[in-house]
Design a protein around this ligand. Structure first.
Ligand code: M6R
Length: 608
C-alpha cells in the first residue's frame, strides 16, 4: 500500500506531487509528506491525516524547487503521525526516501545501525533505508541504493534523492508497483498510472528486481546486478477525465454509473457478429482446452466474489470442476494443483500481494495462468500466460464496483470460449447467452434506475448495526459482494450466507426490524429461497428483495423489492449487484461516511 510520486523537471515540483498524491490517496491516507530539492538543499514537510492537511500546510509554507518526491501512507510500521509520515531522511539530511511496502528485516538492520550509534526519529522501516543509503553514499546515489537494498529483504518500492545530486531520482522495485512517466524535459515516477496521466501517456513499467535512474532528460533501467534493461514505452489510452469525479460527490457513485460504458468496453470486439469469441491475449495451446481437468480461481475480496460467480458459471457451462479460493489461503495450503489445470487469478490492480503469490505457486505447480485484471502492464498481467483485461478504466474508490462487474463479464467470455472449444454448450443456450451478454449494457442502465427506490430503502438500514444478505447459487455469490460493499463503507456489520444456512445458527440473530437483503433471481431455487424469507419474516425481519421486474410474486413475501430487468438466470449477477452497490453507497452516505476512503482500508493491498 501507500502511494509514491516523484517529479524532476522545470516546473514547481510540490503542486505536481500533491496533485499526483491526490490521485494515489486510494492507496493509503493516514499521513502524507513531500521532500523538495531547490537545487541547493532538501526540505521536507509532512502531516498526519489526509492529504488535504499537508496541502494546507504547504499553502502556508510553500516549498520551492523543481525536483521532489512525495508519499501518501497506509501505516504498517508505526502509528500514523507526523513523525512516521514519509519522506524519511538520514540524520544528516543528505538522503531522502519514500517507500511503499515492508522491509522485513528492518529490525535487524536497525539494531546493527543503532549499535554503530545511529539514532532514529521514527518507528518506520523506511527510515532504516534512509540511514543505510546514507551509510553507503559516496557521491553516486544509484550505487548507494544498490548496496543498501542488497541488505534489505521484503516486498517494496522506494524512491530516493540525494542532497548532493539535484535532479536525480533513483528508484527500486521489489514487488510493489512503480511506473515511469516520460514528459518533455521532465520525468515522473509513481505507484500507479492515474497519478501522472494528466502530464503524460507515455509510461514505462518497472519490473521486479529493477532499479531506475532518472533525471529530467531521461530514464535508465538496470537490474540490481547492474545489467542494463531495454524496455518499451506503453501508451496509455485511458481518458484522464475518467480519473476525476466529474460532478459526482464520490468516485464510487461515478464508477457505479460508469458500468454500462465499462461493460460495453469489456465486450467490445470480443463477441463478434458471427458469434465467435475473440480474446486478444488468450492463446491456449492446441489440445489444452480439451484436456482441461480443473479450473482454480485465486483472488481476494471483491475479486474473489467475482470468482465465486465464475465457479458457478464454469461448472454449469463447462462441467469442469472449479474451485474459487482465497489467494492468501491457497498460497499456504499445499493445494492439489495437478493434471491439466488453468488458474484464473483475478485482481483489479494486478498487484495484490496474496493473489500474486498464489498465481506464482500455481505456475510452479505447472498450471497455466490466466490473469483477469484491469490494469494494463500490472505485475499479474506480466506473469501470466494469458491475459483478459477487464477494460473498466481507472477505478479510484476503494470499494470496487465497475471492476467487479467487468470481471463477471470476463468470466462469461472465457466460459463461452472454452465451452465452444470443448463443444459442450448446447447451441440454444450459447445463443441465449450471447444475446443476453449483448443486452447487458442497456440493462445495466435500467438497473441503475433503481436509485430512487434504493434511497428510500436505505433509510431502513441507517440505524442498524447488523444486516444479513442471503441467496442461493449465483444469488449467494452476489449476496457476498453486496454484503462486503455494505460493511466496508457503511461500517454496519454485515454477513452473507446461502439462504439455506440461516436456520443452522444465524437465525438466532434475527429480531424485530433486522434488515435482511435477499437476492432472488434463480428460477430453480426460487421457492427454496422464499422459504428462507418466511423464516426471517417470522422473526420480525425487514426483507428487501432484489428481483426481476416481472416477478409478480416477490412482494407477497418481501417488504420491499428492488427491480432489475429480466435476463438469462446465468447472467443475473451482472444486474443484481447494481442495486446492492447503490444500497451500500446510500446507506454510507446517510451515515455520513468518507465513502471513497473507508477507514483502515486501501485500494491495493500490496503487502501480505
Ligand atoms: O486489486 P484486487 O482486485 O486484487 O484487490 C482485491 C481486494 O483487495 C479488493 O477487491 C477489495 O476487496 C475491494 N476494494 C473491496 O471493495
Amino acid at each position: 500500500m501507500c502511494g509514491i510520486m516523484g517529479y524532476v523537471g522545470r516546473q514547481e515540483a510540490a503542486p505536481i506531487i500533491i496533485d499526483g498524491l491526490r490521485r494515489l490517496e486510494y492507496r493509503g491516507y493516514d499521513s502524507a509528506g513531500v521532500a523538495i530539492h531547490d537545487g541547493t538543499g532538501l526540505a521536507v514537510t509532512k502531516a498526519e491525516g489526509k492529504l488535504a492537511r499537508l496541502a494546507a500546510v504547504l499553502e502556508e509554507h510553500p516549498l520551492a524547487g523543481t525536483f521532489g518526491i512525495g508519499h501518501t501512507r497506509w501505516a504498517t510500521h508505526g502509528v500514523p503521525s507526523d513523525r512516521n509520515a514519509h519522506p524519511h531522511t538520514d540524520p544528516g539530511g543528505e538522503i531522502v526516501v519514500v517507500h511503499n511496502g515492508i522491509i522485513e528485516n528492518f529490525l535487524v538492520l536497525k539494531e546493527a545501525l543503532a549499535a554503530e550509534g545511529a539514532e532514529f526519529a521514527s518507528e518506520t522501516d523506511t527510515e532504516v533505508l534512509a540511514h543505510l543509503i546514507a551509510h553507503e553514499y559516496d557521491g553516486d546515489l544509484l550505487e548507494a541504493v544498490r548496496r543498501a537494498v542488497g541488505k534489505a529483504q521484503g516486498a517494496y518500492a522506494l524512491v530516493a534523492m540525494a542532497k548532493a545530486e539535484p535532479g536525480r531520482m533513483v528508484a527500486v522495485r521489489m514487488i510493489s508497483p512503480l511506473v515511469i512517466g516520460i514528459g518533455d524535459g521532465e520525468m515522473f515516477l509513481a505507484s500507479d498510472v492515474p497519478a501522472i496521466l494528466h502530464h503524460t501517456r507515455d509510461i514505462v513499467v518497472v519490473d521486479n528486481g529493477e532499479m531506475v535512474d532518472i533525471t529530467p532528460q531521461g530514464w535508465r533501467i538496470e537490474t540490481l546486478a547492474g545489467v542494463a534493461v531495454e524496455r518499451d514505452t506503453l501508451e496509455i489510452n485511458w481518458d484522464a477525465a475518467q480519473a476525476e469525479r466529474g460532478g459526482y460527490p464520490h468516485f464510487m457513485l461515478k464508477e457505479i454509473f460508469e458500468q454500462p460504458q465499462a461493460a460495453t468496453e469489456t465486450l467490445s470486439g470480443r463477441l463478434l457478429d458471427d458469434g465467435s469469441v475473440e480474446l486478444e491475449d488468450v492463446h491456449f495451446p492446441d489440445g489444452f482446452v480439451e484436456a482441461l481437468d480443473k479450473i482454480w480461481i485465486a483472488a481476494c475480496g471483491t475479486a474473489l466474489h467475482a470468482g465465486h460467480v465464475g465457479k458457478e458459471v464454469f461448472e454449469h457451462l463447462l462441467r469442469i470442476p472449479t474451485e474459487a479460493a482465497f489467494a492468501h489461503e491457497l498460497r499456504y495450503r499445499n493445494p492439489l494443483i495437478q493434471g491439466v489445470t488453468l488458474t484464473v487469478a483475478i485482481s483489479q490492480s494486478g498487484e495484490t500481494a496474496d493473489t500474486l503469490a498464489a498465481a506464482g505457486l500455481a505456475k510452479r505447480l505447472d498450471s497455466r495462468l490466466l490473469a483477469l485484471t484491469n490494469v494494463v502492464g500490472s505485475t499479474l498481467s506480466r506473469e501470466a500466460d494469458d491475459i483478459l483485461y477487464t477494460r473498466a478504466g481507472p477505478e479510484i474508490a476503494v470499494a470496487s464496483t465497475k471492476a467487479y462487474l467487468t470481471m463477471l463479464l470476463g468470466e462469461y467470455l472465457l466460459a463461452l470460449k472454452i465451452g465452444r472449444d470443448r463443444g459442450v454448450i448446447p447451441p440454444a443456450l450459447d445463443e441465449a447467452l450471447v444475446r443476453g451478454l449483448r443486452s447487458l449494457p442497456t440493462k445495466i442502465e435500467e438497473a441503475l434506475k433503481t436509485e430512487e427506490e434504493v434511497v428510500a430503502v436505505a433509510g431502513h438500514f441507517v440505524g442498524h448495526e447488523d444486516v444479513y444478505f442471503i441467496g442461493r447459487g449465483l444469488d449467494h455469490a452476489v449476496a457476498m459482494e453486496g454484503s462486503l460493499k455494505m460493511k466496508e463503507i457503511s461500517y454496519i456489520h454485515s454477513e452473507a450466507m446461502p439462504a439455506g444456512e440461516l436456520k443452522h445458527g444465524t437465525l438466532a440473530l434475527v429480531t424485530e426490524g433486522t434488515p435482511v437483503v435477499v437476492v432472488l433471481t434463480q428460477r430453480d431455487l426460487y421457492d427454496k429461497t422464499v422459504s428462507a424469507i418466511q423464516e426471517v419474516k417470522a422473526r420480525g425481519a425487514f426483507v428487501i428483495a432484489v428481483a426481476y421486474e416481472d416477478d409478480t410474486e416477490v412482494l407477497k413475501h418481501a417488504d420491499e423489492a428492488l427491480r432489475i430487468p429480466r435476463v438469462h438466470d446465468l447472467l443475473s449477477p451482472v444486474l443484481s449487484i447494481v442495486p446492492l452497490q447503490l444500497l451500500a453507497y446510500h446507506v454510507a452516505a446517510a451515515r455520513g461516511h468518507d465513502i471513497d476512503q473507508p477507514r483502515n482500508l486501501a485500494k491495493s493491498v500490496t503487502v501480505e
